[in-house]
Design a binder for this molecule. Structure first.
Ligand SMILES: *Cc1c(COP(=O)(O)O)cnc(C)c1O
Length: 428
């Protein structure tokens, strides 16, 4: 697809181009398997000599069309859908880092990804070093080892709301001959396209804004096609030497830099681990993508209006949102996301934990959920729900103070949301 087209156009048109008499909307190809007239024809697919479908764990037309749309939105060369954001991050990292290897990751990342690295991938023999994303370039460089295979961070971290200095991270990764993988879930390609700033691979939990209606769990991996694996064949043998489990193919030779990473990820990891996104979920995801730019605008302006309101309320102790001028990450957000960041804010009330509990109890429009990035406003007080087993001191150390309230601003009218917040805060 013409990559000079604007985001709004790509969200509607990219990925699916029906011919005469074919369905206008992406058909849900709810079929596990595909029929062929001869074994020879099917054999060509297995040898990767012909394009086509044979089994939906490896490829499905609905999922492929939606992945192609997300690739176009990010400005990448290839993409694949996964069953969840967790699967996307695991596959993206495990595709190039395995037993005996090392990963450097920002310490300010989604809790699920933190556990994936520090618990499950550790058990698989992959070591991780976490770095403060705000550290100096020297400190970042010092975290790399000879067996480091990638650097990982989140554009806007969930839930800490730190903004990643993507150029600083890309520079450090490339100086050590490894790619930068960025989880772009919160910003979405509407607000930030990490490839423009040097990232090599982008991941998404499509469960969040891309779907946007809390209807389907999903993930996506996009490759920029820019990282030259063949410049470091010793670091990336999986991409640069023959895969005996897949017809002796050398992925970089056969598919070039544009296709090697995603083809290997599909042919090996999806084949063996199988976290596919269902065609039905991909269809819901596509409906979400069609309106993504318009929804993101509303999420962001609502968050800005509400953050400013909270800042002016005398019962509010602090507000964290990179759209606010005094915020620690305002300058980075202006650089990487001049058009808006996301709809998630965090804040604390004077009176800490007790005040938060009273406030939460009285919300009428905002609902209590562990979810974020939904069309409906949702709110969470981690200290009394997801993190309730932790003491106040442990919460402080984890960067989730006992008073922290996370507010994901939905698509409702901002004045209605403010009236709801105001009456709930008044009860405190
Ligand atoms: C939610 C989330 C994930 C995990 O995605 P699931 O779809 O829930 O598996 C990963 N990264 C970020 C930034 C997230 O917000």
């Amino acid at each position: 697809m013409d990559q000079t087209l604007h985001t709004e156009t790509l969200c509607i048109q990219a990925g699916y181009h029906p011919g005469n008499g074919e369905p206008r909307q992406i058909p849900i190809v709810q079929s596990t398997t595909f029929k062929y007239a001869t074994s020879e024809e099917m054999g060509k697919l297995f040898d990767l000599e012909a394009d086509g479908y044979f089994y939906s764990r490896l490829a499905n037309p609905t999922c492929d069309a939606v992945a192609a749309k997300i690739a176009a939105l990010e400005g990448g060369t290839a993409a694949m859908l996964t069953g969840s954001g967790q699967a996307a991050n695991f596959y993206a990292m495990f595709n190039i880092a395995s037993c005996g290897d090392h990963i450097v990751a920002s310490s300010s990342i989604y809790g699920g990804t933190y556990n994936l690295l520090s618990v499950t991938m550790k058990r698989m023999g992959v070591e991780v070093t976490f770095v403060d994303p705000d550290c100096s370039e020297e400190a970042l460089n010092a975290a790399f080892r000879p067996n480091t295979k990638l650097l990982f961070g989140e554009t806007i971290a969930n839930p800490a709301l730190t903004v990643l200095d993507i150029e600083k991270f890309a520079h450090a990764a490339h100086a050590h001959g490894v790619p930068l993988i960025v989880d772009n879930t919160f910003a979405t390609p509407v607000n930030c396209r990490p490839f423009q700033w040097g990232a090599d691979i982008v991941t998404h939990s499509t469960t969040k804004y891309m779907d946007g209606h809390a209807s389907a769990i999903g993930g996506c991996i996009v490759d920029s096609g820019k990282f030259d694996w063949t410049a470091h064949p010793d670091k990336f043998p999986g991409l640069c030497t023959p895969d005996e489990s897949y017809h002796g193919i050398t992925y970089t030779q056969r598919f070039g830099l544009a296709g090697a990473f995603i083809t290997k990820c599909t042919a090996q990891l999806m084949r063996d681990l199988g976290s596919v996104q269902s065609p039905q979920s991909a269809y819901y995801l596509n409906l979400g993508l069609e309106s993504l730019p318009f929804r993101m605008r509303q999420h962001c302006t609502n968050a800005q209006t509400i953050a400013e309101y909270l800042q002016g309320n005398e019962k509010v102790a602090w507000v964290k949102f990179c759209g606010l001028e005094g915020d620690k990450y305002h300058a980075l957000a202006q650089k990487y996301m001049p058009g808006g960041s996301c709809g998630v804010i965090s804040f604390g009330l004077k009176g800490s934990r007790q005040a938060a509990e009273v406030f939460m109890k009285h919300l009428k429009l905002g609902s209590i959920e562990t979810h974020v990035a939904d069309s409906r406003t949702c709110c969470l007080h981690p200290a009394s729900s997801t993190h309730r087993q932790m003491s106040d001191a442990e919460l402080e150390a984890a960067g989730v103070g006992a008073d922290l309230i996370r507010l994901s601003c939905g698509l409702e009218n901002a004045q209605d949301l403010i009236a709801d917040l105001e009456q709930a805060i008044a009860q405190v």
